[in-house]
Design a protein around this ligand. Structure first.
Ligand code: UT7
Length: 324
């Protein structure tokens, strides 16, 4: 059995916040944010939590596929901003969409979460035990960040996206993958700390906001991700010229420029929408994929070869070469 992507979808909260609007909240400027990151706007949730963003993206995916939620066997939500530690966001999504027979769980791999979730779902469908799987990436990053910290607050946004996978005994979508973790560098990006605090502990509650060594993550991404892109191409016995588009995690347009330079390929090979949404962590790749499908840039079923590539907290990074 193989797994095939048969539908895409996304959902973004309605409220758009521009760089100029952030100038009134903190000591920053539209010019700094635009030139250092490529971000112009981001969507911010006023009340919808991660499970609702993911649930709405799931309904969009199912509507486009004309498949009922009752047929879904598996839901994986990649997120670093769940509604609760328990229940999982995926269980809340299962209830929200009425996918009563599905197995549902969350996967934590920060901004690489969607790549990790796709990889896991592909293996589960290949086992022959699952037929339809919803793979979602969703985040409400706005509840994770310190709105007084300009070095992180301007970067992130909220949103959700995903795909529907179907198992097939003919040709599937997945050609090769290259996925890594390096826990030894994990403290370079932390969020939602849960220290031991109880009447007997020495610890006191600390703040749990996202903290990031921006420059270190920048360097890690520009060093590791091009190697990972080359690895999936090599494993498939292809060359970069066989690849139609690369859909990178949207963290910083300068990171993507550096990747293009290192790989010696045109910047235009990389798809970008960071200017509209900022960094939506695990949601950025599926939101981008859905936009490209909606615009007709990518058409499902044509067999075009694309690479999805993510990187972030963990540290985690990885790429998948797929036939769309
Ligand atoms: O999603 C995966 C995880 N995250 C990432 O991949 C992010 C990777 N890192 C980056 O994208 C970049 O490192 C940042 C966008 C976070 C920062 O850009 P940078 O070019 O590395 O800037 P920097 O941290 O070296 O800061 C340069 C200056 C500093 O001022 P001084 O010390 O030179 O006077 C900062 O205080 O920019 C200042 N600065 C700001 N100024 C205006 C930092 N944030 C802001 C801001 N507005 N929002």
């Amino acid at each position: 059995m193989q797994a095939k992507i048969i539908s895409t979808g996304s959902y973004l909260p309605k409220k758009t916040i521009s760089n100029a609007q952030l100038e009134s909240l903190m000591d920053t400027s539209d010019d700094w944010i635009k030139t250092r990151t490529g971000i112009e706007n981001r969507r911010i949730s006023e009340s919808e939590n991660t499970s609702v963003l993911c649930g709405k993206a799931a309904l969009d995916i199912l509507k486009k596929a004309n498949i009922s939620a009752s047929k879904i066997d598996l839901i994986i939500v990649a997120t670093m901003s769940p509604d609760y530690l328990s229940p999982s966001t995926a269980c809340l999504v299962q209830d929200y969409i009425g996918a009563s027979k599905s197995m549902a769980f969350d996967l934590s791999a920060a901004c690489s979460g969607f790549i990790y979730a796709l990889s896991v779902a592909e293996k589960m469908l290949s086992s022959g035990n699952f037929h339809y799987a919803l793979v979602l990436g969703g985040e409400v990053m706005s509840k994770m960040i310190d709105w007084n910290d300009r070095s992180t607050a301007v970067l992130f946004g909220d949103g959700a996206g995903g795909v529907l996978l179907e198992s097939t005994d003919s040709i599937g979508s997945f050609i090769s993958e290259d996925i890594h973790s390096d826990g030894s560098r994990g403290l370079a990006l932390t969020a939602g700390a849960l220290p031991v605090t109880n009447p007997y502990s020495e610890n006191h509650l600390t703040d749990t906001y996202l903290e990031m060594e921006g420059r270190a993550i920048f360097d890690f991404a520009t060093r590791s991700v091009p190697k990972s892109i080359e690895a999936v191409v090599d494993k498939a016995s292809l060359t970069l010229s066989d690849i139609d588009r690369i859909l990178p995690h949207q963290a910083n347009s300068r990171i993507i420029q550096s990747m293009a330079k290192k790989l010696k390929i045109p910047f235009e090979t990389f798809a970008l929408n960071i200017s509209d949404y900022g960094n939506t962590s695990a949601a950025s790749i599926p939101i981008l994929l859905d936009e490209l499908v909606l615009s007709g840039d990518l058409v499902l079923g044509t067999g075009k070869k694309i690479i999805l590539t993510g990187f972030g907290g963990g540290l985690t990074w990885g790429s998948m070469l797929i036939r769309i």
